[in-house]
Design a protein around this ligand. Sequence first.
Ligand code: BTN
Length: 325
Amino acid sequence: MLTDVFNLVNLVASEVNQMKVKILKVLRESGDYISGQVLSKKLGISRVSVWKHIRNLKEDGYVIESSAKGYQLVFSPDLLLPCEFPGWEQKVHHFRETRSTMSVAKELVVKGAQEKTIVIAESQTHGRGRLGREWISPRGGIYFTLILRPRISPMYAPRLNLMASVAVARAIRSRYGLKAELKWPNDVLIRGKKVCGILAEMGAETDVINFVNLGIGINANTSVSQHEKRATSLKEELGKEVSRKEFLNSVLKEIDEGQPLLTKGDLLEEWRSLSATLGRDVRILTLGGEIIGQAIDIDSTGALILRSEDGTLNSAIAGDCIHLS
Ligand code: BTN
């Protein structure tokens, strides 16, 4: 019963978001005033309905001027609203502030949320990082959790982290021309400093994955290097703010394209080619202790293979990686 109500509320919200995407597209393409009548004809809805959606967009922070000539979009807020993600708008849950998108995603999973549902927050009060750390999440960053239900063996689950980190690095390289690299297991670095972190939570049985919630935090328009010397942001690297919605659209596109590669060797090849870890001396801190050695490769499950000084090979499935050389 509760799930039915949840689905109904989601359905209505997603239809509203779809219409907002369409209205924004028409207003942006026109760049000028466009009459209510033309809008209603183009969108196949009544003029009253057009007016209601415009009012809704204004409430979201869009500045839309209305005059006898019709409507004109003059300003879009820098918010990661569902209507800014064409193709995904039906599955985006947006929060101005929340504790952690991981917690919201977990609740949605329990309610049966579909594959590729996304929880986005403008800021988080209790953002979570790997190994129980805090992820400080002020406005200006990009914080989201993507719910995936991949039909792959749980053994391959770590590959989702690899795929997500490759997607973020690719988006940074193609959009801004910055040399984004990967630090095992799933940090994205620029000039050796962390710009993005990924946290995965999984629910699985012996041979099936029920869900993987991929939490991604990107230092976009924040000033992180003041507090954390080993971190940077896109704004700090470029010397100017970025469009967070354009960047997140690029990341989602890369993830979409990366998913079919999950069980293929190409993904590992791509990770290797972007890696800042392979070839270096590293220290891996795991729950069971530490391993020191030269990082020589990753295996088919994404585990890091290390060669110690005496030539012994070890592999690390999870842990914190410190580059020593
Ligand atoms: C890391 O420690 O490197 C992983 C950081 C992951 C942070 C993201 S932000 C969105 C999602 N919500 C959270 O609370 N954490 C993840």
